[in-house]
Design a protein around this ligand. Structure first.
Ligand code: MEV
Length: 431
């Protein structure tokens, strides 16, 4: 996908990034991304209660999340550093690892179906639902024009482009549901499409002879789907200390995916892993992760709940990895621009259209899932988790900074990650 803009050239492969201290990491990102003074300042000092009070109601404080940067991503031929805000350890490491495996074969290629959101208008007590449906479709031009008269989006090149009408069977009888299909351009679009739905509701009542109740967008954003693809050489899965060959790991990943296809209990966890990445980027940039969650799982459930990614072996023996997921995010409007840290996150990411942004989301979800699959079919996820978790346990147990790594490593080696053991080791090593 190309935005037509000349993109910043930058190398997202930062060897040993995770080993650096926070100030050094920040310096590295500031330099690589050529961050503005404003963004740099926002990252150095990230809390603002007045701002929190403007974003929500009844504010009494703010909860801080780590803002991290996933490395190694190449998306559509360009290197990208991906900001992620998430409280769970291993998620950022997994994304960087997934991207590293894909990097060797050129990274991720992405495409997006277009920035289309749907607003729904629910008409109740319609005397002749099927005939009303046809009348609404006949009035398509009038409905589109009235939606676009609401004064949103059209001046930016977007607007309502189509009307769909369904007769929906419900426990309360048949309802006539009108969909406005709206090109929201670079906005997330919720406000714009809700305004349109409210604006055309009187006309829908007039045409159907029914009573309109709900006028609200659908988060099942199946007109706004992002796709990503990558290929991984089985050699990437080889480990000196492992029993399995790269090919065996590759085949087990395909089996793990098949498990998710066959079993919704597994598919839910599989997709949770995908959303670890998607939500973390949404949170870092203050996009609505609840909308993304709702959309992803509803999309995964069309035709029976299943995985959002898929894996197969191509004719060169490579693992071919794909994802398709609705991504409803914007680069204009929303909370992003109200918050200096999320603005800085967008500056790190350096995308300039909602479609380009959506492509990175898809690549990130796929990278996250690929790394989970590799870990799950080999050593399991607990060993990686435990290494990171052990550091927290050591720090919480009062280990001084110069002992945290050693205390953590000892607890992991002993398979005994507890605060009590950490305290014993601090005493032992500090003595
Ligand atoms: C943990 O946050 C995510 C995983 O459970 C995902 C998966 O099982 O595929 C590792």
């Amino acid at each position: 996908m190309s935005s037509g803009r000349e993109r910043r050239r930058m190398n997202s492969r930062i060897s040993g990034f995770y080993k650096q201290g926070v100030p050094d990491r920040l310096d590295e990102i500031v330099e690589r991304c050529d961050l503005s003074a404003e963004a740099t300042e926002a990252l150095r000092d990230s809390t603002d209660l007045d701002l929190a009070d403007r974003l929500s109601e009844n504010v009494v404080g703010s909860v801080t999340l780590p803002l991290s940067v996933a490395t190694n991503f190449t998306v559509d031929g360009e290197d990208v550093l991906v900001p992620m805000a998430v409280e769970e350890s291993s998620v950022v490491a997994a994304a960087s690892h997934g991207a590293r495996m894909a990097r060797e074969t050129g990274g991720f290629s992405t495409s997006v179906s277009g920035p289309y959101m749907v607003a729904q208008i629910q008409a109740l007590d319609v005397p002749d639902p099927r005939a009303a449906r046809v009348r609404l479709l006949d009035a398509r031009s009038r409905l589109v024009a009235e939606a676009n008269d609401q004064g949103v989006l059209v001046s930016h090149g977007g607007g309502c482009e189509d009307v769909e009408v369904r007769v929906v069977d419900t426990p309360e009888g048949e309802m006539v549901v009108t969909h406005l299909v709206v090109n929201v351009q670079d906005a997330m679009g919720a406000n714009a499409v809700n305004t349109m739905a409210e604006g055309v509701a009187p006309t829908v009542e007039e045409i159907t002879g029914g009573e309109v109740s709900l006028r609200i967008l659908s988060n099942l954003a199946d007109h706004r789907v992002a796709r990503a693809h990558c290929r991984v050489d089985p050699a990437e899965f080889e480990r000196e200390d492992a029993d399995l060959t790269g090919e065996a790991v590759r085949d087990r990943i395909v089996d793990a995916w098949a498990f998710a296809v066959g079993d919704p209990y597994r598919a839910a966890t599989h997709n949770k892993g995908v959303m670890n990445g998607v939500d973390a980027l949404a949170t870092a940039t203050l996009n609505d992760w609840r909308a993304l969650e709702a959309g992803a799982h509803a999309y995964a459930a069309l035709g029976g709940y299943g995985p959002l990614t898929s894996y197969e072996v191509d004719d060169e023996g490579m693992l071919s990895c794909s994802i398709e997921v609705p991504i409803q995010v914007g680069t204009v409007g929303g909370a992003t621009h109200a918050h200096p840290t999320s603005k800085a996150a967008m500056e790190i990411l350096d995308v300039d259209s909602a479609d380009e942004f959506a492509g990175v989301f898809a690549a990130l979800g796929l990278a996250e899932n690929l790394a989970s699959m590799r870990a799950l079919v080999t050593e399991g996820i607990q060993s990686g988790h435990m290494k990171l978790h052990a550091k927290n346990v050591a720090a919480e147990a009062g280990a001084p900074e110069d002992l945290v790594d050693e205390v953590a490593a000892r607890m992991v080696a002993e398979d005994d990650v507890r605060q009590g053991r950490a305290r014993e080791l601090v005493d032992e090593l500090g003595a």
